[in-house]
Design a protein around this ligand. Structure first.
Ligand code: OMP
Length: 278
């Protein structure tokens, strides 16, 4: 089954929320853990235990694992296996992007059929050109996996590149959204090539159009970056039905107890559902 189909089904069942696993040193300290491989492992496996059976999507941020080298990457692989066992979908937040021939190697790593580093989807950076992503797009589709392409990121610096306009007057972000839409054309009930649009962005309606995407919109920025579930309606308007909000630090800060983590995630799901009118 395609990633888009699996995502639609699980979001309908568990609610529209992605929780990030971002083991920042400050969060490890808040949980009473050392900033070392044992702390990373405890933090990660506790979060997976708490949430893999209840939230729709879990997004481990690769950087926090890579900072510990190969042992950290092994913990990321363990997390992906645990998320799968718990029934959630995983998005490996790797934000990779390179020339096409190198992208083929990233495709093997993050979308290969038996790769231990492959989740259900991966985030990619399209700023070497959308076409450079082709090997990963193709392998992900062949293996029922998804891809989230950065379009309008939640950080203030993103606009410098993403709001720039090409010859035909479209922003770079809109070109990425349109290219993703072309990948998703005809997919039912939802395509597997998503875009990333921060919940903190403003001016989306005037400048950008997500109506033809037919794919998921991963929207980080809820909680620690200042956006609230209520902001989603203003940011996304009619496209809100395809939005998958992400919250990392705000939910993770409710640990180290498993029940505290579950309650924080449930509260966030409820606030998103109330905005969606469900
Ligand atoms: O691709 C992402 O997930 C992402 C894109 C973006 O535009 N902004 C953004 O914050 N993210 C990621 O989403 C997470 C947000 O974490 P919190 O700010 O703690 O909720 C981090 O892992 C970021 O790397």
């Amino acid at each position: 089954m395609s990633f888009g189909s699996r995502l639609s089904r699980l979001v309908a069942e568990r609610g529209p929320l992605c929780v990030g696993i971002d083991p920042h040193p400050a969060l490890l300290a808040k949980w009473g853990l050392a900033d070392d491989i044992a702390g990373l492992e405890r933090f990660t496996l506790t979060t997976v235990e708490a949430l893999a059976g209840t939230v729709a999507v879990i997004k481990p941020q690769a950087a926090f694992f890579e900072r510990f080298g190969s042992k950290g990457v092994a913990v990321l692989e363990q997390a992906l296996a645990g998320i799968r066992e718990g029934g959630a979908l995983s998005v490996v937040d790797a934000k990779r992007g390179d020339i096409g021939s190198t992208m083929a190697a990233y495709a093997d790593a993050f979308a290969g059929a038996d790769s231990p580093l492959a989740g259900d989807a991966v985030t990619v950076s399209p700023f070497l050109g959308f076409g450079s992503l082709r090997p990963l797009l193709d392998l992900a589709a062949a293996n029922g996996r998804g891809v989230f392409v950065l379009a309008l990121t939640s950080n203030p610096e993103g606009a410098q590149v993403q709001h720039a306009r090409g010859a035909e007057g479209k922003t770079v972000a809109q070109s990425m959204i349109d290219a993703a839409a072309a990948e998703n054309a005809g997919a039912q009930p939802l395509g597997s090539v998503g875009v990333v649009v921060g919940a903190t962005v403003t001016g989306l309606g005037r400048e950008h159009d997500l109506s033809a995407l037919n794919g998921p919109i991963l929207s980080p920025g809820i909680g620690a970056q200042g956006a609230t579930a209520a902001d989603l309606k203003a940011v996304f308007g009619d496209a809100i039905g395809n939005v998958l909000p992400n919250s990392s630090r705000e939910v993770l800060g409710a640990g180290p107890g498993v029940s505290g983590l579950r309650e924080a995630a449930a509260r966030t799901v409820e606030s998103v559902r109330s905005v969606l009118g469900e």
